[in-house]
Structure formats: structure tokens, C-alpha cells
Design a protein around this ligand. Structure first.
Ligand SMILES: Cc1cc2nc3c(=O)[nH]c(=O)nc-3n(C[C@H](O)[C@H](O)[C@H](O)COP(=O)(O)OP(=O)(O)OC[C@H]3O[C@@H](n4cnc5c(N)ncnc54)[C@H](O)[C@@H]3O)c2cc1C
Length: 457
């Protein structure tokens, strides 16, 4: 198993020509002498990277990062823990390794925010004033929104989720046992926007391949339920993904929303929506009108092994501070109301938000953050210097869908859902799963995250 040091990583990337895919080093960019209090809430993929970048660009600012987490997790690795490819210790490093000199780290959670007064309140009731705020607390996983489930009881009744570090480890053991013992494996996603929408599909496809590898495919039945109306909604990649599910004999059902799990009885409860189109003819004009009718019903499914994703939202303090979208599709879960191009808050222009919490109509992935970072960095600097933020994010997101142990469908797209290939694979057909995508996913992206992205590059 490769385990790159930072130097190995940079040498390998350069040798393979991947350096061209790496964004320029922000240390070379211009600096601002502005003095200000810059507060960063949340030090994950987005917040930590922003703190490092802004430290380089704002030598005279006081930069404070608030985050209670002692560990920095590479969450895309949770899928590979679930699949038995990574050991748990490969996906995290102590947060202290990444905090740059000159950034004050407060190991607490923000519990309240007053954006009009520019004050954040911490768990111990300390109040922090800021001039500018980077709002990056990621996603809140609402396990309790599924009846019969809590984070603490994950794994009970063989109901598992890789959306949690310990949960991913339990998933791995349970998936191996399921393949050995046979039965029905049921996989589903959730009805809210979710981090890495591909993750529930990946663990499903890995389980199916594991069963084939171990000559146990006949002993297992595998079903995939999605709450969406389609298995995937990026037209360039959807046909092949659907074909893969068909080839593997995995039955897909759409518009199935998980509502509860009876872990004692090993039954999952869903709300099933059926949409039908009704045609009516206007008796005078003869014009045919089509209207959609939806019908919902409760459905209960038995399983032997169950994998699910929890409903997700912005953290409560974001909603309570009134920083979420006030209307539209992104309002219900209170995703932060930012301009989708500049990432600046639409009501409070001293707040910039990126990463999973940001209310932008694209997928929530760290790959998206990689492209949001230079935009947020330049625009924040412009705001601090009293200029107009002009950099624009195009909605780029990527989701490497692991289709088996050895292949990945490297989905990269923008707001228009047009493919956006960023790695030097242009001679390959990226609408199909690739072996090189597997190498990238398993060996390249994790060291890229720890050694490059979080270092402010
Ligand atoms: C199973 C799984 C698979 C994934 N697969 C992929 C993939 O293949 N490719 C990909 O690109 N992405 C993938 N992702 C998504 C990716 O991990 C996220 O998009 C990314 O980590 C989001 O970064 P973020 O900084 O917005 O949030 P996070 O990295 O989650 O960081 C948020 C930080 O905020 C802190 N915080 C929270 N609340 C508060 C508070 N009140 N006060 C202070 N701090 C707070 C937290 O402690 C945390 O450190 C996957 C995620 C999961 C769970």
C-alpha cells in the first residue's frame, strides 16, 4: 500500500504530468496590508485551506480559526474503509499538524452567530468579534431524523452507514459477513442534499463486486433505492452508470425516501412516490394538456444487510442566525445564501461561505472545494480591500464513482452539468469507468488532500 510523504507526492505528481492539474500556489499572489479581524468557523477541507491561504495573503490581519475537532479527516476515504481498501488510520491526521503559524486556533464550537453585530458566540459563552467571516462548518448529519436510528446505535440490526468514521469501520466488517452469509442487501441514499451523492452508490457497487470476487453472487440479492427521480442526474455519465447497475443485476427503485428503520425486525420504512401524467383534452380547442399527479404510500422492506445515508442540513447555528436561503430549493435545509458565482453572502457581504454548507446548486464534494478556494480567496481579499469581488466559481464538482475494485467513473461537471475533465485523461473516454480513475482515487487524492490542498495550494 502506498503511503506518500509530501515530497514523494509532489515528485510523483510532477513525474506523471499531474502537476498541471494542481492549481497555482497562492504564496506567489499579491498580499494586502489590511488590518482586520478575520474569523474562520470550521477547519475542514474548506475552512482550514482558507485559513492557510489567507495567512499568506494578509500578513497584518488577526486570523482566528474556531473548530472543536482534534482530527482532520479525509472523508472520501470513508468509502474505502467501508470497502476494506483503506485502514482507518489512513484517513486522518492530527489537526494541530495543519494549523499554520500566525493562525489562532480555538478548540470550541460556535453555538450562535449575530451577523448584524458581527459576533460569534462559543460553547463557553465567549464572544468573538469579527470584521470578515469565512463560514465553513460543513454539514450537520441528522441521524435522528430517521425513526429508530441515532449515531450511537449505528450498526444495530445490521443497519450501517459510511457517513461516519466508526460507521465506516462497522460497515466493512458487516459487508464481508453479508457476502459470506448471503441474503438481501438493501442500499439507499437520502432525500436531502448530501455530501458526495455518489458515496451510497459506491458502497453498493463494491459490495456487489466483492460478492462476485468471492463467488457468492448467487447467494446475495442487491437492491438500490434512491430518493431522487433518477439514479444520477449528469447526462454525460448517467447512461453508463445505469448500464452498470443493469449489468450487475442490481434493481434500482427511484423516489424512495427512507423514513425509519426497525432494527429489531430488520425492516426499513420508506415513503414511495409515484408520479403519473394525466392527459386531458379541452373540449372546445381539442388541445391536450398534461398534468403531473403524485401519490405517496408507505412501503416496508426486509433486509439482511442495510446501508443508508442520513438526512443532512446546515448546522443549527447557521439556520438560527438567519444565514440560510430564505426561499427556493436550498431553503429547507438552510444552506448558506451565497451568490453562486462569487460565494459572497447575499445579505451580509462581510461573509464568504464555501464547502458543504454553502448554498450553491452543485454537488457537495471536496473536489468542488478545490475549485471554490481560489475564487473565495480572491473575492475575500477584494472585499477586505474595499473592492468588488470579481472571481467566479462555475459550479465545478467531481465525484469519482467507484464502480468496482479497480475502476472508477470519474464524474466531473459544472453548474450546467456539462463534463469538465481536469486530469490529463483527455484521450480516454471519461463517460466510462477507468482503471486510471481507480489509481487516482486510491493512491493520489488522499495525499493530494493532506499534502497539497490543506497546505494552501
Ligand atoms: C462517505 C463520504 C464520501 C465522500 N466521498 C467524496 C469523494 O469521493 N470526493 C469528494 O470530493 N468528496 C467526497 N466527500 C465529501 C467531502 O468529504 C466533503 O465535501 C468535504 O469534506 C467538505 O468540506 P467542508 O470543509 O465543507 O466540511 P468538513 O470537512 O466536514 O469540515 C467542517 C468542519 O467544521 C467543524 N464544525 C462543525 N460545526 C462547527 C461549529 N459549530 N463550530 C466550529 N466548527 C464547527 C467540524 O468540526 C469540521 O472540522 C465524501 C464525504 C463522505 C462523508
Amino acid at each position: 500500500m502506498f503511503d506518500f510523504t509530501r515530497r514523494d507526492f509532489i515528485k510523483t505528481a510532477a513525474a506523471l504530468g499531474l502537476a498541471s492539474a494542481l492549481p497555482p500556489v497562492s504564496g506567489c499572489a499579491s498580499k494586502s496590508n489590511a488590518k482586520c479581524e478575520l474569523l474562520v468557523i470550521g477547519g475542514g477541507a474548506a475552512g482550514l485551506s482558507m485559513a492557510v491561504r489567507m495567512r499568506k495573503r494578509l500578513p497584518n490581519a488577526n486570523i482566528t480559526l474556531v473548530d472543536p475537532a482534534e482530527r482532520q479527516f479525509y472523508q472520501p476515504g470513508f468509502t474505502l474503509i467501508g470497502g476494506g481498501v483503506y485502514a482507518p488510520d489512513q484517513v486522518w491526521r492530527p489537526q494541530s499538524e495543519f494549523i499554520p503559524a500566525g493562525v489562532k486556533w480555538i478548540r470550541q464550537a460556535v453555538t450562535a452567530l449575530d451577523p448584524a453585530k458581527k459576533i460569534a458566540v462559543l460553547g463557553d459563552l465567549t464572544k468573538l468579534n469579527y470584521d470578515f467571516l469565512v463560514l465553513t462548518p460543513g454539514i450537520q448529519l441528522n441521524w435522528n431524523a430517521i425513526e429508530g436510528v441515532s449515531r450511537e446505535t449505528l450498526g444495530r440490526g445490521n443497519a450501517h452507514s459510511i457517513y461516519d468514521f466508526e460507521g465506516a469501520q462497522k460497515t466493512c466488517a458487516a459487508m464481508m459477513a453479508f457476502v459470506k452469509n448471503g441474503g438481501r442487501g438493501l442500499f439507499c441514499d437520502t432525500h436531502t442534499k448530501l455530501k458526495c451523492g455518489g458515496a451510497p452508490k459506491k458502497i453498493c457497487l463494491l459490495t456487489e463486486h466483492l460478492a462476485r470476487k468471492q463467488k457468492r453472487r448467487d447467494a446475495v440479492k442487491i437492491d438500490y433505492f434512491t430518493a431522487s427521480k433518477e439514479l444520477y442526474d449528469v447526462p454525460f455519465y448517467t447512461p453508463r452508470l445505469k448500464e452498470i447497475y443493469r449489468e450487475r443485476g442490481i434493481i434500482v427503485q427511484c423516489r424512495m425516501k427512507l423514513t425509519g428503520i426497525d432494527t429489531e425486525a430488520k425492516k426499513a420504512h420508506f415513503e414511495k412516490t409515484v408520479v403519473s401524467t394525466i392527459e386531458t383534452k379541452d373540449p372546445k380547442s381539442g388541445e391536450v394538456k398534461k398534468t403531473e399527479q403524485t401519490q405517496t404510500s408507505r412501503v416496508t422492506e426486509s433486509y439482511d444487510f442495510f446501508h443508508f445515508a442520513p438526512p443532512q442540513s446546515a448546522p443549527d447555528f447557521v439556520r438560527q442566525a438567519g444565514l440560510g436561503w430564505r426561499e427556493g430549493k436550498l431553503a429547507k435545509e438552510a444552506w448558506v445564501e451565497v451568490d453562486k458565482h462569487t460565494l459572497v453572502h447575499r445579505v451580509y457581504p462581510d461573509i464568504i461561505s464555501l464547502g458543504d454548507v454553502a448554498g450553491v446548486p452543485t454537488s457537495k464534494t471536496s473536489a468542488a472545494i478545490r475549485k471554490q478556494l481560489p475564487v473565495a480567496e480572491e473575492n475575500l481579499l477584494a472585499l477586505i480591500d474595499g473592492k468588488t469581488p470579481e472571481q467566479k466559481y462555475n459550479g465545478y464538482a467531481a465525484c469519482p464513482i467507484v464502480t468496482d475494485y479497480g475502476h472508477v467513473l470519474l464524474c466531473e461537471f459544472d453548474y450546467e452539468k456539462k463534463p469538465q475533465t481536469s486530469f490529463p485523461f483527455s484521450l480516454l473516454d471519461t463517460s466510462k469507468e477507468l482503471r486510471s480513475g481507480w489509481w487516482l482515487k486510491v493512491h493520489f487524492l488522499r495525499p493530494f488532500y493532506f499534502n497539497w490542498m490543506l497546505r494552501g495550494h
